[in-house]
Design a protein around this ligand. Structure first.
Ligand code: TRP
Ligand code: SF4
Length: 348
């Protein structure tokens, strides 16, 4: 069970529910979250409303995707005995806080957020000129602040969102914190993410279609490795190569043990090994990592109700914490739900 909670710093992080996770999600976030569970009081959120900001026109997969994400989390070792694992939309108070924050957030702050500018420029197949998309980081601020999180583990691309969260907290406290700060200012904790290439050598990303999924069975992993690009200088088997410029070499650096890494380094540079052999070693390392996850996932796949129950129980716990924060928020704004008799000087 959880050790005494109030001594530990509180963590909140989340992922948009976009379906099955890949190795990039694992080494960029999940792996780190699993380790943080023992040191922090953790809240992990499946951000299904955030998924809607880009996929609002077709919601048919959102719920299933949330479950898929949760299955991958549980498979990777997130533990409902240690952490609160929940679905954003099951804690409607996030929406209330988002609304209140939207009142005090200057438009200019949102228009300047780098992810906003980039995505508006890069995503052309959907109309992102919506209110919800601009407000994405305001919702994220509500996610974080409603739990008064101290620490938010995120990748580089999310740091600006946590910075905005701090600014919103500061502004809220400035307006309404007469009796002390309502919100702490959270710190982002940068996940040390090694460069993880996809099968085509570009960064592993769902939108590039170059991923290795946490759920890929061994033959699929081996097949994907076979087609993975290598150091282009190694055209023939007799040409020496360089693991430092080879995507397969990058995989070895992350997932292989020292002995294998040494064999790769010397073998590749001297043309002593072939790429096929080298790739099979990389596949071995991946299979070794993924096997226990896939075993753990089996139980939930056979009975997804178990995972849903975990999400419901987690959401219940999250709602309690969120409700208590919202009491404080409404109180600080002079808008508590309780009846208050008119003040003496009004009652002539
Ligand atoms: N925006 C985050 C991402 O795309 C997901 C997210 C939603 C999140 N709410 C959050 C991350 C709160 C940290 C804290 O990765
Ligand atoms: Fe890449 Fe391995 Fe081939 Fe070297 S031997 S180029 S590291 S796949």
């Amino acid at each position: 069970m959880m050790p005494s909670t109030n001594l530990r710093k509180r963590v909140l992080s989340g992922m948009r529910s976009t379906g099955k996770l890949h190795l990039g999600n694992y080494v960029g976030a999940l792996d780190n979250w699993v380790r943080m569970q023992d040191e922090y009081e953790c809240f992990f959120e499946v951000a299904d409303w955030h998924a809607l900001t880009t996929d609002y026109a077709d919601t048919s997969r959102v719920k299933q995707n949330s479950l898929e994400v949760a299955l991958d989390w549980l498979a990777a070792g997130l533990d409902p005995e240690k952490s609160v694992i929940f679905i954003q939309s099951h804690v409607p108070a996030h929406a209330e806080l988002h609304l209140l924050f939207s009142m005090i957030t200057p438009l200019g702050w949102l228009e300047r957020v780098p992810t906003y500018k980039e995505q508006r420029e890069n995503i052309k197949d959907k109309d992102l000129g919506t209110y919800g998309f601009l407000g994405y980081p305001v919702l994220q601020s509500a996610d974080i602040l409603i739990y008064k999180a101290d620490v938010v583990p995120v990748g580089e691309d999310q740091v600006a969102h946590v910075e905005l969260t701090r600014e919103i907290a500061r502004r809220f406290n400035g307006f309404y914190g007469q009796r002390g700060d309502v919100f702490p200012e959270p710190q982002s904790l940068l996940t040390p993410a090694p460069k993880l290439p996809g099968t085509d050598g570009r960064k592993m990303s769902k939108s590039y279609g170059n991923t290795i999924l946490l759920t890929d069975p061994e033959p699929v992993v081996r097949q994907k490795l076979k087609t993975m690009v290598t150091d282009p200088a190694r055209v023939r088997r007799s040409d020496p190569g360089n693991p430092d410029v080879c995507p397969v070499g990058d995989l070895h650096k992350i997932f292989s043990d020292r002995a294998t890494m040494d064999k790769v380094n010397t073998g590749c540079r001297s043309a002593g090994i072939g790429c096929i052999e080298c790739k099979s070693w990389a596949a071995d390392a991946l299979v070794q990592l993924l096997n226990p996850m896939q075993e753990r996932r089996e139980k939930f796949e056979e009975n997804p109700r178990l995972a849903w129950d975990i999400l419901e129980a987690g959401s219940e716990r999250a709602r309690k914490v969120a409700a208590s924060t919202m009491d404080g928020v409404r109180g600080a704004m002079g808008m508590s739900l309780a009846y208050e008799p008119p003040a003496a000087d009004d009652a002539k």
